[in-house]
Design a protein around this ligand. Structure first.
Ligand SMILES: Nc1ncnc2c1ncn2[C@@H]1O[C@H](COP(=O)(O)OP(=O)(O)OP(=O)(O)O)[C@@H](O)[C@H]1O
Ligand SMILES: [Mg+2]
Length: 373
């Protein structure tokens, strides 16, 4: 591939070129796989299931969220033209309060706004002059009212799927009972309307995993991982991403990012979103301030690089998320086997293999299983 942008862009104003690069997106393997995996699971999802999509910060989760939203809008485009009231996808972000806790009232309000519910303010109970809501726990009342309205709006708008970004904020409750209540609320929304709910978030979402058996059966998961330098395949994929972008800068002369892949990898921990933000900032700056040279050098990237401290914190967070993913699985597998006595079965089988049989003794006949009836 020669350049990865239309040649006449070089004759366009700086703003056009910056915009072009900002919008340039790459269909890299982990994004594509996560998307396929997610869409396959949504297709087979039974009514009322909750899907958890988790990955490191800056890997591209919001990009995936937007891709799923677009897919639904395209899929229902014709129906939307015919039925102006139809909103097939409710896509919202979960915020945490100033005190770091998740707030259902804000969440329901935002969801209702998204569904263009016009009477939201009337559903909020009045505040007194100090701006504090009236006593007797009006918050609970407001919450119930808003939830009811949301349920109506979801029905009226014929919503097919609910997407929640930054869903790790839903886990900000402080205790496991609260956590279970939050998941119950989400799950009951999904169950009530037979729509899947897809939660996108960081590894903190893992605390929602299998809160209890019933919730477990109602959740499915998709992991959107970063590129891991322990895998050659991942290194190659990360280099390909760099190659794609170095060819996409609307510049006369192509910079060489691939040869410096370790530098870019170290400070992004293999997360494509973090990388793209960094490249965007650098290109933006060079175009605004240094157009004459039309060259991007590694020293230009250094101006906008994530600091070593930031990278270190990111790497610690990410690797501990990944660890809890694999370690907990192994630990749970062991416990599950013990519970089902599968571990003892292994011992018995080993003993059997090692010869309970005397020489010449015939093998006992195995029952026929697993054949057609
Ligand atoms: N495949 C891609 N191609 C081009 N740009 C991308 C791609 N993936 C992500 N980006 C860009 O990188 C930036 C960060 O990505 P995004 O917001 O999707 O990551 P995230 O995982 O949601 O991060 P956070 O954990 O901070 O919410 C965004 O500006 C986004 O447009
Ligand atoms: Mg995001």
């Amino acid at each position: 591939m020669d350049k990865n942008f239309p040649r006449d862009l070089l004759l366009q104003p700086v703003g056009e070129r910056i915009n072009y690069f900002k919008k340039k997106s790459v269909a890299h393997p982990t994004l594509v796989n996560s998307y396929i995996n997610l869409m396959e699971k949504v297709e087979v999802v039974e009514e009322g299931k909750v899907l958890l999509v988790y990955g490191p910060s800056g890997v591209g989760k919001t990009t995936l969220f937007a891709k799923v939203k677009n897919e639904y809008l395209q899929r229902y485009h014709d129906e939307m033209v015919k039925d102006k009231g139809l909103i097939p996808v409710l896509a919202i972000e979960a915020f945490a309060n100033e005190d770091g806790k998740f707030d259902w009232i804000n969440f329901y309000t935002e969801a209702l706004e998204e569904l263009k519910d016009i009477l939201i303010d009337e559903k909020r109970l009045p505040l007194n002059e100090l701006g504090v809501e009236l006593p007797n726990n009006p918050n609970e009342k407001t919450k119930r009212k808003l939830r009811k309205s949301l349920e109506n709006a979801i029905k009226c708008r014929k919503v097919k799927v609910i997407l929640i970004d930054e869903a790790q904020h839903l886990t900000k409750v402080g205790n496991s009972k609260g956590l279970r209540n939050h998941m119950d609320s989400i799950k009951s929304l999904a169950a009530k309307f037979n729509v899947p709910i897809i939660l996108f978030g960081t590894y903190e979402l893992l605390s929602f995993r299998n809160l209890n058996g019933q919730l477990g059966r109602r959740t499915m998961e998709v992991h959107f991982p970063r590129y891991n330098s322990e895998e050659q395949r991942d290194i190659d994929a990360f280099k390909n991403v760099l190659w794609f972008f170095q060819k996409a800068f609307p510049l006369q002369q192509e910079p060489n990012l691939v040869d410096e892949w370790k530098y870019f990898y170290r400070l992004t921990i293999g997360c494509v979103g973090t990388l793209k933000d960094w490249l965007d900032n650098t290109y933006d700056y060079i175009m605004e301030n240094n157009v004459e040279t039309k060259i991007l050098k590694i020293r230009d990237f250094k101006k906008f690089e994530p600091t070593i401290d930031q990278a270190y914190i990111m790497a610690k967070e990410i690797t501990s998320g990944e660890k809890s993913l694999t370690e907990k699985r192994k630990e749970k597998e062991g416990k599950l086997d013990a519970l089902l006595k599968l571990d003892q079965l292994d011992d018995i089988e080993v003993k059997k293999k090692n010869g309970n049989k005397r020489p010449g003794e015939r093998k006992s006949k195995r029952d026929k299983t697993g054949t057609d009836l």
